[in-house]
Write a protein that binds this ligand. Sequence first.
Ligand SMILES: [Ca+2]
Length: 655
Amino acid sequence: MKKAFSNYLSKKLVLFLVLMLPFGAGLLRGQEKPNIIFFIADDVDKYQIACFGGAVFTPNIDSLAAQGMLFHHAYVNSTVCTPSRYSLTTGRFAGRSRFAPYLKDYPIGSQGLPSFDVGLEQDLMNIGYTLKSQGYKTGWVGKFHIGEDATLNGLTNDEKKFLKTASPNDPVATELFQKEEKAFREYITNKGFSWAKNIYEGNLEDPFDEHNLEWSIEAALEFIDSAGGKPFYLHLNTTLLHGPDGSWEQSLAFPKYTGAGLIDHELLAGMPPRSTINERITANGFNLNDNPSGITWMDDGVGAIMRKLDSLGIRENTLFVFLPDHGSANKASLFNKDGTNIPMIIRYPAEISPGNQSSSLVQALDMIPTFYELAGVELPSEYKIDGKSLRPLFSDPTAKIHESLYFELGCARSVMTEDFKYTAVRYPEDRIQDILNIKEEDLKDKVMKKLIYLTGNVGISTRGIKYNPDHLSPDQLYKLSEDPGELNNLAEDPDYSQVVDEMKRILYGYLSSFEGRPFGEFIPGTNAAPPDPQVQEYVRNIQSALRNGATLDGQVIICDGNCVTTPTTHQGTLKQYQDFPVSRIIQDPSACTISFSEPVNVIQVIDLSGRIMLTGAGRPGTDFIMDKNVIPPGIYILTLRGKGLMQTLKIRIDP
Ligand SMILES: [Ca+2]
């Protein structure tokens, strides 16, 4: 009722503005090109933002949503930095990349495995060049991480090696970081952006391996000031919240570490001092265990940009978009929860009335065509773009933009409708041979190697496998209305065979739009292959081990004999699970109690439908108690996050 009323109001408002247009300032405003701030965070799950339901202190992001539109069903198309950031810069699926190193790895005509080797093309068909050519000043600040390119005039291998063990106080280390940062500025401006400053090449590196949000925000504020009345586009990439929670807290103690080495003074960048973060979190009634400092720190950066827009009087005509490049707990998988489904917010007072929410299916790369439409850009015919402008949602949050969405990572491709998600994993022939070349007797020691081949790259999808071993299955179908956590694969269920066929047809529609890219039996060609029976047997063994309680230590399945370990929730010690800091689990009739050997900042118990049952924290010497009145006997996902730690484990609470 309330929503219907606000829709009614916003329609009235639009009508009013349309009627006003010929008579006054409305016309003038209509002709102004909007400024655009694309605030791209790193690895953020929805629960880490209060307006999406998190018990955390994020007042600025929440007010951004209150003044604009919040999206419940926004998705990224891939869940590691490089392919997602490629799409957020070009508006294209990463699998379309014509970046030379990607074409070298996967020549046209062969199946592509989009992950860390896609990158920006020489043809400048990206947001930075396109808006610049339309009169915009276009700026890049912060993290880059879109492919490694030999044309970059960066560090030599010897210099990189030196930095791995260099002291942060060594002036040579700072000189090298400055050289690298300068090379990236040149690289980004060569790719068509007007301006670039305070760049991190990718993830944080030794010896300055610490976040510095103020360093990014400082450059962002400088860029906004420098536009001087010209319309501007800012691609603002913070390194937060990448890395485990503990790393953010640690970084607060290093305000002079930057992506250009050591600087001589601490930056404020219009943000509240770092020293006040924790006291503000607790003063506002939040628990530091559930609300690690990094979340509020990131929010402070959003606040500084909002205040800058207000001080220049340009809030009304500035489109401010907040989203992360992907989720955190299930990054490197194609699962929605904590993977592809992201917290996305758009504030644009000129066209979006306050307090709107949309449940329409949208994807993050839709932002690029949205920006083009608002800036009045007509794309050249050679600019291939995916996605659609979200502008219809600004006046009608229920407008339907997409019938389906497409996802890609390594050997996996997914499509999603409002009701179902289908994933196909298809290994190309050369990859199948790599997998089969590992001898069975070597399985125990070489599981990691096998997983690398199975999952497309080191790290790709291993978190997804921990979450649900079915993530390795060649065909997966999940019914989202009943199973939003995508844990119950219905692909082999005869009742759903028609749905599988329909979802495969939708996937085929996407796949057939990629020129020169075969995929499995969908688009036959060169090295593309249907699922291999022998590989499937390996996959079934690994899945069976995981279902029987085996876990992954980093990228390795901890195996015992036949790849099966003891069940995970029985009374006794779990020390055999290295890196999983559980010292003991005690089951009694009323509760299951976990004791930790290391601090854990966030513990979550999630049921198989994706519902969070319990959130807490753990310290050595204190117990985390799962009361059976709160968590009835059954199977759950236990997620632990702490310093240098992110673990997900399936647990069973016995009656
Ligand atoms: Ca990322």
